[in-house]
Design a protein. Structure first.
Length: 82
């Protein structure tokens, strides 16, 4: 397996990473591996979707909106020409 060194991470970010790793019960390195794996997996899934599917995926968790059904009648085209 390869190793990766990340320099110049600010102290606040490192502290948040340490806390999140502790909450999950694993090391900071494992936390970073999980974050990277999830980010790249989500990215590859999104590449298979068109823009409408991506928008739906992003907002689906918020729930849907039901619009009332509106009865429509066909309007003769001549009504638009007058």
């Amino acid at each position: 397996m390869a190793s990766l060194t990340i320099r110049q991470i600010d102290d606040t970010l490192k502290q948040k990473l340490r806390i999140q790793a502790a909450l999950h019960g694993w090391s900071m390195e494992e936390e970073v591996r999980v974050i990277l794996r999830n980010a790249l997996q989500e990215q590859s899934i999104n590449q298979d979707l068109n823009i409408a599917q991506r928008i739906h995926q992003r907002f689906a968790a918020l729930g849907g909106v039901e619009f009332p059904h509106i009865e429509r009648e066909a309007t003769p085209i001549k009504a638009y020409l007058e």
